[in-house]
Structure formats: C-alpha cells, structure tokens
Design a protein around this ligand. Structure first.
Ligand code: ATP
Ligand code: MG
Length: 413
C-alpha cells in the first residue's frame, strides 16, 4: 500500500475526524507533491463532515469559517492551518468559471470527480491508503502526463481557468499533456476571456516561473490572453520563447521578456496596457516596465558618461532594477549590446559596493541646510539637484563643508 508521510498537524486533523466517525483525507496538490517527493505548499483536507460538524469537533476557537458556503473551515492544529472542505459536487457552471451551487456528498470519489486533472484528483489517509479512481498516480509517475478528469471539453467548458492550469502544472513538473486534453484546451481557449485578469495573471506568472516554460506557451493560448501578441509572427515568437527560457526563473521577469516583443526602448505603452489588464500591482508594473526599458536601451557612452548614468540609475531605481535590466538584456539582446549593458551594470555594482552617493538622500547636506542659504522656494530643489549632479560627475566631493560652500556660491548666482 502506498504510504505518504503527512505533515503532523494534517495527520492529526485527519485522525481526529476519522475517530469521530467521519471520512477524511488529505487531498489534491499535497498528495501529488508528496508522490513526487516534493514538499507540498499546503496540506488540504477533505471530509464527509459538514462545516458545523468540523467546527464542533475542533472547537470554534480553533476554527476560522473560511468559506462555509463552499464547505470550507480552516482548522488550527500544532501551529499550522489546515483547510477542511466537505466532500462536494459542483452544480452547473453558467458563467464558465464558478459553479452555480455546490452540493455536499458523502463519498470521496464524487469529490475527486469534480477536480480538474487526474494528478490533482487523489486523496490519502493512513487507513485507506491512496484513493485514486482516475489513475492519477500512473499519469504522474509512469505516463508523465497531465490529463483531464473525464471529458476534457466538458471540464474546460465548466471552468476556463483550467486551460491555464493545464499548462501551468505541465510546466511546473515538466510533464507532457495528454493529446485529447490538449486538443480540448486549445479548442476552448477563447473561454479564457471570461477569466478575471487577476486569476489569469496568477496562473501565467506561475507558469512562467517553471524551469523551461517555452514548451508550455503555445501561441494560440498567448494570443487569447495577450491579443497584442498576434502581430508577432511564428518565427519571432519562437525566438522570443528561447529568450524567455534564458531569463532567470522569476515569473515577473519572464513576463517582462514576453512583453518586450511589444516594446521599444522609447515606448512601453502596449506592455503597460497588458499589465494593467492583468491587474498587476503598481510595484510589479514598474518593475517590468523599467526592466524592459533598461534591457532594450543602448549603452553607447564612453566609460565616464556610463558611470554617471549608472549612478543615476542606481539612485533612482535601486540595484535590483539594474540587475533586472541586465538579466533581461542578456537574454534578449545581441552579445555586443548585452556586453555594453554588462559594463553599465558593473559601474552600478561598483558604486554600490563603494557606497558612492547616487541620490539626494545620500548627499552630505539636507534640504534644510540649503534652504538656510538660498531661502525657501523652488531654488532649493534646483541647488540640491545641481549638487548631486556635481558629486556624481566627480567635480565635487560629497563632503558637508564643500557642499555648503558650493551651495552658497550657487545661491548667490
Ligand atoms: P499548488 O501547489 O499550486 O497550490 P494545488 O494543486 O494545491 O497546487 P490549488 O489551486 O491550491 O492547487 O487547488 C487545490 C486542489 O483543488 C487542486 O489540486 C484540485 O484538486 C482542486 N482545484 C483547484 N482549482 C480547481 C479548478 N479550477 N477546477 C477543478 N479543480 C480545482
Ligand atoms: Mg494548493
């Protein structure tokens, strides 16, 4: 019998439910990951117990009513949190994304049947071992495929997000995609338009963070979630995917690589539109747009000017942003252009290591100091900027006395 070493807290929750006469299992992603020998993100539990029965059993003080309507209670055990969801069957999906209603059922197999892929439709407890009515373990470990539970067309019509999940799981574990399942996903890809920007983004970023995402980004799918990409021809898209693979496995940076195809060094507007549609945070948007701009830019200056530029970039955007530009540029650009970008980044690294002044807040004088010399008003900012510029260009030491003297001189002029 297959044995899975459950996390202690999860094992206790399952055991307590079983002892109370309910059926209970760990289920879904944790079973899949445990079979692969990977540490699961979270241990989800499914049980025949109704939410109120689960709350009564563990005590209200140990429970959070996470989603009672869908049958989910979060149970605190041994310092961990475990979602316990009542076995359920989903009703019709009239919006192509959410079930109209859910019915609680008594049988774990009925619950497994509503799940998306066979590798995600397994349950386990120490009493019954692996419950695997759809051959998920064989698909996962022997055939190495992601396959829909039941009829792929029906499953993707119910919930279009599954189209993205299909490619995401295949990418994460380097699995093939079952032919019929893939055909269903491609045929119903346009339903992805009814998936929210947030959910599409989450899946896309996870997919992009896989070891080698290129094999799991068919153009037909990308053209639905990023219609702007339709203008990128097949050969150019293939080349773009090679660059995506070459970028470090960070979802946001890989998204930047993908969207770079819509941008130039002087305009990132189309990428910005896509990012807004995907409801990325402002922080993510800035990161991506800055990386694209920096990667596509040219760095033709001689060393002195490049040093100045690198210090300004470091002061304005920070070293992480410069490293992003370099990582992206190295994947996207010619060796010559990437070499120049490398020199630019080397200047920034050196400036950082030597703690050179790169921004107003690192100047050895403050706005207050300057205001005392020049009086209140817009000239304070002008003087400060001029001081910073002189320091970055190396014509002035970042030293209080020297700066005050220069500021007094400027105030006079
Ligand atoms: P991860 O490690 O990314 O969390 P996971 O398999 O745990 O992977 P979740 O999104 O947390 O994925 O979902 C938990 C389980 O719920 C899945 O394993 C699957 O059985 C089921 N599930 C989740 N989303 C869907 C969906 N859209 N359609 C059908 N079943 C789903
Ligand atoms: Mg999960």
């Amino acid at each position: 019998m297959t044995r899975i070493q459950m996390e202690n807290g999860a094992a206790k929750v399952v055991e307590r439910l079983l002892c109370a006469g309910h059926d209970a299992y760990v289920v879904g992603g944790c079973v899949r990951d445990a079979l692969l020998g990977k540490a699961p993100n979270d241990w989800d539990i499914c049980a025949s117990a109704l939410p109120e029965e689960t709350m009564a059993l563990f005590g209200e003080e140990n429970c959070i009513p996470t989603g009672l309507k869908h049958g989910t209670v979060t149970v605190k055990m041994d310092g961990g949190f475990y979602e316990v969801t009542t076995f359920r069957m989903d009703g019709d999906y009239s919006d192509g994304r959410h079930p109209d209603r859910v019915d609680f059922v008594k049988n774990v197999c009925a619950d497994l049947a509503r799940r998306d892929f066979t590798i995600n439709a397994m349950a386990y407890n120490d009493r019954d071992g692996l419950v695997d009515p759809f051959g998920g373990a064989e698909d996962l470990l022997v055939r190495r495929v992601v396959r829909a539970v039941g009829d792929p067309m029906a499953r993707f019509s119910e919930d279009a997000l599954r189209v993205m999940r299909l490619f995401r799981f295949a990418a994460r574990y380097g699995l093939e995609i079952d032919a019929e399942t893939k055909a269903g996903a491609i045929a119903l890809r346009r339903n992805l338009r009814c998936v929210s920007g947030e959910r599409t983004r989450e899946e896309l970023l996870k997919l992009l963070a896989a070891a080698k995402p290129s094999a799991y980004l068919p153009k037909e799918i990308i053209d639905v979630i990023v219609p702007e990409m339709e203008t990128v021809g097949g050969a150019a898209y293939e080349q773009l995917l090679c660059a995506v693979d070459a970028v470090p496995a960070d979802g946001e940076l890989r998204l930047a690589a993908l969207l770079s195809a819509l941008c130039t060094a002087s305009s990132q507007t189309p990428a910005e539109r896509v990012i807004k549609r995907l409801h990325c945070s402002n922080k993510t948007m800035n990161r991506i747009l800055l990386a694209v701009k920096g990667a596509l830019d040219d760095y033709q200056e001689e060393d002195g000017a490049l040093h100045v530029r690198a210090r300004y970039a470091l002061g304005r955007h920070g070293m992480e942003a410069v490293e992003d530009m370099l990582a992206l540029g190295s994947a996207l650009r010619s060796p010559e252009a990437a070499g120049r970008l490398e020199r630019f980044a080397a200047h920034a690294r050196m400036a950082k290591a030597q703690r050179l002044c790169c921004s107003l807040k690192e100047l050895a004088v403050t706005g207050q100091d300057v205001m005392q010399l020049s009086g209140p008003g817009p000239q304070t900012g002008v003087v400060l900027s001029a001081l910073l510029d002189a320091v970055i260009r190396g014509t002035l030491q970042n030293e209080r006395g020297a700066l005050l003297e220069a500021a007094a001189q400027m105030a006079k002029e």
